[in-house]
Design a binder for this molecule. Structure first.
Ligand code: ZN
Length: 340
C-alpha cells in the first residue's frame, strides 16, 4: 500500500484509489464505492462507522477507468459495494467476477428517475421522456452490452457508445441524489443492523441539506433568461441537471467520454450552436479540454470555466463535496451565460 501511495504522489494520477485507512475500528463496516461522488454520500450516511475505499478518485474518469488488482481485493473484502449502475461503471462486471467476494453490490440509481439516452446525442429533448425504472437488478448488464455492440455498426456515425438504454449520470439531479442516499442507508442497515438508527438519522439530516440545496439551485437558475439557457459541455453528463432546472446541454461527445467525436459530429454541433444561439461553453474536470477549446475558437465563444460532471474536485478545489459541486456548477453556468 505505501508503494501505491508513493506512486500516486509521484505521478499525480488522480484516479488511483484512495486507500482504506489502517484498521482503526475492527467493527467498521467495510464499504467500497466506485467513484468520488458516491463516496461523499456514503461518508455522510456512514460517518466514522464505515471504512471506505474509493475506486475512481477525485477528478477521475470512471468511463475510462482501468481497474487495478488492489480493487478486486478491496471488493473481495467488502461488506457492501456501492455502485451507480445503469451502465456507468463499464469496468465493474469484470472486477466483481475477479474479486470472488460475497459483498452485496448495491446499484444506487435503482428507484431513481432515469432518462433515456438521447438518440441524436446533441442534447435534444427527443428521447428524454423520463420514466421510473425499477428493473436494473441485473448487475451484469449482459443484455445492455450485447445491445451496445450490435448497434455499433448502424450507429457508426453517432457518438454514443452507450452501455444501456438510460443515461447513467442520474446524480446530477438532486432529487435522485436523495434516492441514492436512501439506498445507501438501506444497504448499511441490512449489513449492520445495530447501527441502523444512526445511519437513518444521518441520511435524513443529509437529505434535508439536499432539499435546501435544490431550492438554492432553483433560485440561481431563475437568474438566467430563458433565451440564454443553451449550454455546451464536453460530454453528455448534464441531462439530469437540464431536466430538473430547465437548461439545455449540447455536447460533442456522447454519454461516455470514451467515444470520440468525429469531424462530422463537431460540424453538426457547431451548426446547432449557431442555430440555437448557445450562450456559454464549459470545460469539464473529467474530459480533455482540447475539443471544447477547438469548438470555442471556431464559434468565437469564450470558455466559461470548468464544470464537475462525473467526479468531485480535490479537497481544496471548488467541488470537494457533492453539495459544493452542484453549487459551483450552477453558479458557473449562471455567470457564464450572463457573460460575467
Ligand atoms: Zn460521464
Amino acid at each position: 500500500m505505501p508503494r501505491l501511495k508513493k506512486l500516486a504522489s509521484i505521478t499525480g494520477i488522480a484516479t488511483l484509489a484512495l486507500l482504506a485507512l489502517p484498521q482503526a475500528n475492527a467493527q467498521a463496516l467495510k464499504v467500497v464505492s466506485t467513484f468520488s461522488i458516491i463516496s461523499d454520500f456514503a461518508r455522510n450516511v456512514g460517518g466514522d462507522r464505515i471504512e471506505l475505499t474509493t475506486l475512481v478518485g477525485r477528478d477521475g474518469d470512471a468511463h475510462s477507468y482501468e481497474p487495478r488488482p488492489a480493487d478486486a481485493t478491496a471488493i473481495g473484502n467488502a461488506d457492501v459495494v456501492l455502485v451507480n449502475g445503469a451502465g456507468f461503471e463499464g469496468f465493474l462486471q469484470r472486477l466483481v467476477q475477479a474479486s470472488a467476494g460475497k459483498a452485496t453490490v448495491v446499484e444506487l440509481s435503482k428507484g431513481a428517475m432515469l432518462l433515456r439516452n438521447a438518440d441524436d446525442g446533441h442534447g435534444s429533448d427527443e428521447g428524454h421522456d423520463h420514466e421510473h425504472e425499477h428493473d436494473h437488478s441485473d448487475q451484469n448488464h449482459d443484455h445492455d452490452h450485447e445491445h451496445a455492440h450490435s448497434d455499433q455498426q448502424e450507429h457508426a456515425k453517432a457518438h454514443h457508445h452507450h452501455h444501456g438504454d438510460h443515461d447513467p449520470h442520474a446524480w446530477q439531479s438532486v432529487h435522485n441524489a436523495q434516492v441514492y442516499v436512501r439506498n445507501i442507508a438501506n444497504a448499511f442497515c441490512a449489513a449492520d443492523q445495530e447501527a441502523c438508527p444512526a445511519y437513518r438519522a444521518n441520511a435524513r439530516s443529509y437529505s434535508d441539506k439536499l432539499e435546501a440545496l435544490d431550492k438554492d439551485l432553483k433560485v440561481a437558475v431563475a437568474q438566467i433568461p430563458s433565451e440564454r439557457r443553451t449550454i455546451i459541455t464536453s460530454h453528455d453528463a448534464f441531462a439530469y441537471l437540464g431536466h430538473e432546472y430547465g437548461l439545455q446541454f449540447l455536447a460533442p461527445q456522447g454519454a461516455s467520454t470514451g467515444s470520440e467525436a468525429s469531424a462530422a459530429d463537431i460540424a453538426a454541433l457547431i451548426r446547432q450552436i449557431r442555430e440555437k444561439k448557445a450562450s456559454a461553453i464549459f470545460l469539464e474536470n473529467v474530459s480533455n479540454p482540447r475539443l471544447i477549446q477547438q469548438i470555442a475558437s471556431e464559434t468565437g465563444m469564450k470558455t466559461g470555466g470548468k464544470l464537475y460532471s462525473d467526479a468531485l474536485s480535490t479537497a481544496s478545489g471548488p467541488a470537494a463535496t457533492y453539495i459544493n459541486m452542484m453549487r459551483h456548477n450552477i453558479e458557473t453556468i449562471r455567470d457564464g451565460t450572463l457573460g460575467k
